[in-house]
Design a protein around this ligand. Structure first.
Ligand code: GLY
Length: 378
């Protein structure tokens, strides 16, 4: 078992990583369950896949300790992060009589965590919640740090709140049944921590990433814990992304977001795959600006390709040019006074925020990348 503290004044919480944790939930979540001792139903939110997969065993472990779960089940996919679902969920929480000192349990990936967290941020002006992430991406990124949101007509995650969970409970064993494509997409965020701030971890991933992807318990636990330690440090330093430190976590996300927008936020390109491509582009663009050697950028691209992640945007067969891709970035919520701060690299393990990037230069760079043949191979 590994316990990592997210040290926030007055609102700090533990992230517990333990194989098999889900089967022992009533003990692992003892503090968060305390207010339900008198027999009230415990609100659990899940999507239909996660509910089908884990619902019965969660019910059984809770029942054996005298607790009773009540489930709010949403359709899988981003569609659940919407006003109508949020309205149904908050009404349901109020009908259940949830109070500010209760905890709502989010069992699932990023969609369930983001939706539940936002519902808890606004229910009675803020009630507690516990994240039980069931994808690698949610375990190493979205469940930690308190970013909660829904999507609207204007874009993804534009309506939301910072609302920290009271605890994050991670069972790496639940990843045994995660589809390989989703595992790789989550692994992109693991690589991100190495690229942005930990060259040693990046080198370890180059050597042992295949073991992580194969879910070898020791390697997987090390990758998850190292990623969360990095995220906990960054969130403790800059909880609300105001000083530029937390912005480092957006490495690859600005380029990636443009690719997601161009592919319609669809299964054609999963979020983690877009981040992987975005990190290759950020590395190559840094090399184009002379800020890091081209060989280092290709080393990053190679690690991404070696994990079976996309590393060349020419492989996406997009029907657009660099200017159209750059135009998607103008809608980014990080735009400030007509410019967009970009996460770039000085070296593997050293990311920084550049505020002098011109959209025209990005468009010209992307035109080149769209023409590039697939040279990086696993
Ligand atoms: N996923 C980026 C962050 O939590 O800040």
């Amino acid at each position: 078992m590994d316990v990592i503290r997210v040290a926030l004044a007055g609102r700090g919480y533990d992230v517990t990583i333990e194989p098999g944790l889900l089967g022992d939930l009533s003990r692992k979540a003892e503090t968060s369950l305390a207010s339900y001792r008198e027999g009230r139903k415990i609100p659990f939110v899940a999507d239909s896949n996660t509910h089908q997969q884990f619902g019965e065993s969660v019910d059984a472990t809770l029942r054996s300790s005298g607790y009773r779960a009540e489930w709010f089940v949403v359709e899988p996919g981003e569609g659940a992060k919407s006003w109508p679902v949020l309205e149904r969920l908050t009404d349901w929480l109020l009908d259940l009589g949830v109070t500010r000192s209760d905890h709502v349990f989010a069992l699932g990936g990023g969609v369930v965590g983001d939706l539940t967290g936002f519902a808890c941020a606004v229910t009675k002006r803020g009630c507690g919640f516990v994240q039980i992430p069931t994808t690698l991406l949610a375990q190493v990124d979205s469940s930690v740090g308190g970013k909660t949101a829904i999507n609207t007509r204007a874009g993804k995650n534009l309506i939301g709140a910072f609302h920290q969970p009271s605890a994050v409970l991670i069972d790496p064993q639940v990843l045994d049944t995660l589809p390989d494509r989703e595992m790789r997409a989550g692994y992109a965020e693991v690589l991100k921590y190495g690229l942005l701030g930990d060259a040693e971890f990046f080198a370890w991933l180059e050597a042992s990433g295949d073991k992580v992807l194969a879910r070898e318990p020791e390697a997987l636990a090390h990758a998850i814990a190292t990623s969360i330690r990095a995220k906990a440090r960054i969130v403790a330093e800059d909880e609300r992304e105001t000083s530029g430190v937390r912005a480092l976590l957006n490495l690859g996300h600005t380029f990636g977001h443009a690719l997601e927008a161009e592919t319609g936020f669809s299964d054609r390109l999963l979020h983690g795959e877009a981040v992987a491509l975005g990190m290759v582009l950020a590395a190559r663009y840094s090399a184009r600006r002379g800020e890091m050697p081209a060989e280092e950028a290709e080393r990053a691209a190679h690690a991404i390709a070696a994990a079976g992640l996309p590393s060349e945007i020419s492989g996406l067969s997009l029907d657009c040019d660099g200017r159209q891709l750059a135009d998607h970035m103008r809608h980014d919520k990080k735009m400030e006074g007509g410019t967009l701060p970009f996460l770039l690299l000085k070296a593997i393990g050293t990311a920084y925020l550049a505020r002098d990037v011109e959209f025209a230069d990005i468009a010209a760079f992307l035109d080149q990348e769209l023409q590039r043949s697939e040279t990086v191979s696993a």
